[in-house]
Design a protein around this ligand. Structure first.
Ligand code: SAM
Length: 344
């Protein structure tokens, strides 16, 4: 058994810097981090700068570890607000090779009175300049919500359009945070799972290993598992670890059409690999002739091909004391109360 085997498909409770020590160099295919953003209010300039530098010094340590454990063909992704990503890029430029800055169009916390922040960044680095596994992806054409026609004006070129949709760029506008209970703040940190699906399809293959050092409630691990990848998650908070384990037990590697792994969201396929289209097209009704795609959508022939989300019941006694037991659906957000207790 190699040293990494005992960590495969596990969510481990602990401090990521400690746990990283056990992961061998060049052993995972993709690392993804969504760390705490350190947005606490600061009251004196002294503390301010101290916290600022402490936060960055700490970040540099785990970023270094992420690069170390990533294979030479592997990718490193860092999610944060642009402010911190500018520092992360400075560290990463020393150890790895820049590929893209992905702008994820999602409202973020107001930060003063200048420009309203409207995107998170995801830094995408390859461990090496050459040989990084990267796959072209496609997403469905964007359409007007009410009328259903294509938002982009392709003029006389509609007969040349790809039936599924365009290649994905480095600006992602089609993935939204889900708010289920409008009366409560959603957890500010839990990411939409189809965001992770997209990153995993972009940079890994079946059975590859995906590591997330700030696993939270297991979004990266669940995405990896349902896409037939292996996962390793580190998480400090025991409650989150328990929730992740429950959700993972109920997750199956079933995000597939035929032999191709795809990302489903609600009633649609929302990310595919370009290379898979030849095999995937038999599962879709494609508008004929293709120029009628302006008003007709390419749709799945049979919606039963979409895996049904499973319900997971969390018990209050062993996870969230003082909170009534409720059911959660895998892939949907968990809400948090003001004092950060989990409400599911
Ligand atoms: C921004 S959240 C990640 C949320 C996650 N992406 C999700 O979708 O559920 C950051 C997480 O890092 C955890 N964390 C903070 N410091 C940590 C450390 N030193 N080691 C491991 N986990 C840590 C926090 O408990 C929190 O759950």
């Amino acid at each position: 058994m190699s040293k990494i085997d005992k960590y495969i498909n596990q969510i481990i409770q602990g401090d990521c810097l400690e746990l990283f020590k056990d992961i061998p160099d060049n052993s995972v295919d993709m690392t993804f981090a969504d760390p705490p953003f350190n947005l606490k209010k600061k009251y004196t300039s002294y503390n301010d700068s101290l916290e600022f530098q402490e936060y960055l010094d700490w970040c540099e340590q785990w970023i270094f570890e992420m690069v170390r454990v990533t294979k030479p063909t592997g990718s490193i992704f860092l999610h944060n607000i642009p402010k911190w990503l500018t520092y992360y890029a400075t560290f990463l430029n020393k150890y790895a090779s820049f590929k893209h800055w992905i702008a994820w169009d999602a409202p973020t916390a107001p930060m003063g009175k200048s420009l309203q922040p409207a995107h998170y960044g995801i830094l995408f680095y390859g461990k090496k300049e050459r040989g990084t596994k990267i796959y072209e992806l496609r997403h469905p054409h964007k359409r007007d919500r009410k009328q259903g026609y294509l938002l982009k004006d392709y003029g006389g070129k509609k007969d040349k359009l790809h039936p599924f949709g365009p290649l994905i760029s480095d600006v992602w506008t089609d993935i939204h945070r889900i708010k289920h209970n409008k009366k409560r703040d959603p957890h500010p940190c839990q990411l939409p799972i189809h965001l992770l699906d997209r990153l995993i399809l972009l940079s890994t293959n079946e059975n590859d290993v995906v590591l997330d050092p700030f696993s939270g409630t297991g979004t990266t691990a669940i995405s990896a598992k349902r896409l037939g990848r292996k996962y390793i998650g580190f998480e400090l908070d025991n409650e989150y670890v328990e929730i992740s384990k429950r959700k993972l037990e109920a997750t199956e590697p079933n995000f597939k059409l035929g032999n191709s792994w795809v990302s489903f969201y609600l009633n649609d396929v929302i990310t595919i690999r370009n290379d898979d289209w030849n095999e995937l097209k038999e599962y879709f009704v494609i508008p004929e002739p293709i120029k009628t795609i302006d008003l007709k959508k390419t749709v799945l022939k049979d919606k039963k091909l979409i895996p049904k989300p499973k319900e997971v019941v969390y018990k209050t006694d062993d996870i969230c004391k003082n909170i009534e037991p409720k059911k959660a659906i895998i892939g949907k957000n968990i809400n948090f109360s003001k004092d950060n207790r989990i409400i599911i």
